[in-house]
Ligand binder design. Structure first.
Ligand SMILES: [Zn+2]
Ligand SMILES: [Zn+2]
Length: 788
């Protein structure tokens, strides 16, 4: 018989709140508890005459009537666990690894009741910094005494001389210092307050190689090809894989720092101008697999990447994986779950009740130090490392053992130690926390751990929000369960200011190309006929855009899924059927840009339109003409096309991201020869490709919601055709009337602005970008390095 644990209440488990962020409040923008943390001073009435006593107290405590700050907590029974070791040895207890909260705000005659799983704000913050600093590579110098970052407060640091020397040569006429010393002024005199800074690329002799690596990455070459390309031309000696990797990481860092500096300038420019900024962002998740193998099995592990791109310009702002390459599973567990003597610690949470009774319980996921990560995998991977270690030692001595000799004492001792570690890990992992077994046990010769997608998603959105200029943001994505939990909280301030909208689309992805073309042709045909009729009636003044909107407003309808017996079902997945969102989804008649049969939902909409839409049931028709027009306008621009375009370019051009067989992202994993083994390298490849795509490669860009002007008129004129067998030619009129406008996404975004001289625009030369100290852009160190 398994016991259950003591009862805990919300005030005992409610996670710490950050200064300006809290994931654990009601997520309904129209609820009085939106962004309001629980108020634990509200008295709870239980027992005899509870209702009367509550009513009597309500006169002096208004929260009892309104429910402001009122929440209840229940067990999140999706993750039942059993602990049967340590204090529970021989006396197992069952518990739920998580809690959910329900909002108790009064809403008309009923209670809000929106429920959500409790998450840790600290885990969010940790993930936010990981993405913000790109896993640490954009962190910059840090004061060794207090941990202050130079890049965050450059004014607090003072110069303290130079060090090192760069010999003359190349375009250096004189020897120059290779680095600078700086002191964190507030910590002056303390150890670690003085640090020296130099540029990473100074140690690299062949600067040209970096440009070659960049070209290789963006042109689909594999690691093997890169090693061949970089081989010594005389001896043919190839560069080592780890050296190549460090070059790749350097490239990633330099390009990310360059992009960050440029986008910061762009943001400041936009904010300083009087123009109102409205960014439309397409967001989609893609799965890319890495070869994650040991000597004994070859399998793939899918990583989930969140990709956000600007709909108007096609600029891809971020691509973030739910994988933290800086976590060493063995070290992590030793640091967080074992004390100095190697004994388990941090396993239990202490509680005390009002009556003075104290008790402990196993830490729940939002309380555990490892709660941000996929813990089953993390623990299994740590245990697997010890197993691999033992196996390798034993294999090495195979001959000795076969010959009947014992292992050397030192090896025996280490194997025994590894066995102890494995036993201990297993006790914590399965005996105490009850994590299920996973087959992802001992794969991976590299560091890292998979992160829970909810935290990565929240951090991705928060980083994106902070990159964009102040103004309005419209987010367009697909139906993803994790979004429901985090979007209202990440954008809470903007929602309150009515400056944020969020649409969710689905369209026919399985359709064949000819079928899709046929649909688009039929739509265009209908639209053109409508335009002709309308213009005959209304005159020529009315624009194409207006007519398109009229046409679609008339024909849009409420989308439902119809069951076999005629029952109607909501188009939304269960998470989106929550009362916090409007339930009406619309089917738009527009069939264009490859997204056909589109259905659009409006989880967050301007208050003006949200209020009437929320009043409708999921299968009701929208009658109000103003609301219909507003929804149509939004549906016409709701697209994830910029992400799809980027992804198809990525899959086409970089070898590591090619899909293993089949077309769908979720076809079964199979081993890809030549794919990347290390997720950190894959992530670097994707970031390098992204910056290259954004800044260095001009392309034509079209799509719903794209900036107009993807084509420019060609002046009418003549061209000549040579007459065969003669030296004469025939003058004929030019055929093309328009030419594609080739710009980079950065140019269209305005981050790479037009120069005043009005010459044709060119993408920057990567050679000129790569060797500048972008990491220090805008700080005194930037000036020092630039002018030295
Ligand atoms: Zn609520
Ligand atoms: Zn300091």
């Amino acid at each position: 018989m398994v016991k259950t644990l003591q009862h805990m209440n919300l005030s005992q488990v409610y996670p710490a709140v950050l200064a300006d962020f809290n994931l654990n409040t009601c997520g309904d923008p129209d609820c009085g508890n939106f962004g309001v943390a629980p108020d634990f001073t509200i008295p709870v009435f239980k027992g005899k005459n509870a209702a009367q006593r509550k009513q009597a107290a309500a006169a002096s405590i208004p929260a009892l009537t309104t429910g402001l700050g009122s929440y209840t907590m229940s067990s999140d029974d999706h993750h039942p666990r059993i602990s049967e070791v340590f204090e529970y040895a021989g006396d197992p207890v069952g518990w739920d690894d998580g809690r959910s909260m329900e909002c108790g705000h009064q809403r008309g005659n009923s209670i809000c009741n929106i429920s959500f799983a409790v998450l840790s704000n600290e885990h969010f913050l940790e993930e936010y910094y990981r993405l913000l600093l790109a896993g640490g590579c954009l962190e910059g110098p840090v004061c060794g005494a207090c941990g202050a970052r130079y890049l965050e407060n450059p004014d607090e640091f003072i110069f303290n001389g130079t060090h090192g020397k760069l010999a003359p040569g190349g375009n250096r006429r004189k020897a120059k210092p290779s680095g600078f010393r700086i002191i964190h002024r507030p910590c002056k005199g303390k150890p670690g307050a003085r640090l020296s800074v130099s540029l990473d690329h100074q140690a690299q002799k062949e600067l040209r190689d970096n440009v070659r690596i960049l070209r290789c990455i963006v042109n689909g070459d594999s690691i093997t090809t890169m090693r061949r390309v970089l081989a010594d031309p005389d001896t043919g000696k190839q560069i080592g894989v780890s050296r190549l990797y460090s070059r790749v990481f350097w490239l990633e860092k330099t390009l990310l720092a360059f992009e960050r500096a440029k986008l910061k300038e762009w943001k400041q420019r936009v904010e300083a101008s009087d123009r109102f900024s409205h960014m439309r962002i397409a967001l989609d998740d893609v799965t890319i697999s890495v070869n994650w193998e040991s000597r004994f099995d070859r399998r793939l592990t899918p990583l989930q990447f969140s990709v956000s791109a600007d709909i108007r310009s096609g600029y891809v702002f971020r691509i973030d994986a739910n994988f933290d390459p800086n976590v060493d599973p063995v070290e992590f567990i030793q640091e967080h779950y074992l004390d100095d003597t190697g004994q388990p610690t941090n396993l239990r949470q202490h509680y005390s009740q009002k009556s003075g009774v104290t008790f402990t319980a196993p830490k729940m996921q939002f309380q555990r130090p490892s709660g941000r990560l996929d813990e089953a995998m993390l623990f299994a991977s740590a245990e697997g490392r010890w197993r691999v270690f033992s196996e390798r030692v034993q294999n090495a001595y195979e001959k000795t053992v076969n010959a009947g000799f014992a292992l050397p004492p030192e090896a025996q001792e280490k194997i025994a130690e590894a066995d102890d570690k494995r036993y201990q890990l297993d006790q914590i992992r399965q005996g105490y926390f009850g994590f299920h077994d996973t087959d992802r046990d001992f794969r991976g010769s590299f560091n890292g751990s998979v992160v829970k997608p909810t935290y990565t998603k929240a951090a991705h959105l928060a980083c994106l929000r902070d990159m964009l200029p102040k103004g309005k943001i419209t987010l367009v994505g697909e139906q993803e369960a994790t979004m429901v939990r985090v979007v209202p909280h990440v954008f809470r301030d903007m929602i309150n200011e009515d400056m944020f909208e969020w649409f969710v689309i689905s369209f026919d992805k399985e359709v064949s190309a000819p079928k899709s073309k046929e649909r688009m042709a039929r739509f265009t045909e209908g639209l053109e006929a409508f335009k002709e009729r309308a213009r005959a009636k209304l005159g020529d003044d009315i624009s194409d855009r207006e007519l398109l909107e009229h046409y679609c407003t008339k024909r849009m309808s409420t989308a439902c899924i119809e069951g076999r017996n005629g029952t109607k079902y909501s188009h939304a997945i269960p998470n989106f059927q929550s009362r916090q969102f409007p339930q009406v989804w619309i089917k738009t008649p527009a069939q264009y840009f490859g997204e056909t049969q589109k259905v659009v939902g409006f989880p967050v909409l301007r208050k003006k339109y949200r209020d009437p839409l929320k009043k409708l049931a999921f299968d009701q028709k929208v009658h109000d003409p103003e609301l219909r027009a507003a929804l149509t306008r939004r549906a016409l621009k709701a697209t994830i096309q910029p992400v799809s375009t980027f992804m198809s370019s990525l899959r086409h051009r970089t070898s590591p991201s090619k899909r293993a067989g089949g077309k769908g992202a979720r076809t079964g994993p199979a081993y890809i020869n030549g794919a990347v083994f290390n997720p950190a390298v894959l992530m670097a490849f994707l970031n390098i490709f992204r910056v290259y795509y954004n800044w260095f490669e001009a392309r034509q860009y079209k799509g719903p919601g794209a900036a107009a002007g993807s084509e420019s008129p060609v002046p009418a004129g003549m061209s000549s055709i040579r007459i065969p067998g003669t030296k004469e030619s025939l003058e004929v009129p030019k055929m093309a009337t328009t030419a594609p406008v080739m710009l980079t996404p950065a140019m269209r975004l305005g981050a790479d602005p037009e120069k005043p001289n009005g010459r044709p625009r060119k993408a920057p030369d990567p050679r000129r970008v790569l060797y500048r100290p972008w990491l220090y852009h805008g700080t005194p160190l930037w000036r020092k390095f630039e002018n030295r």
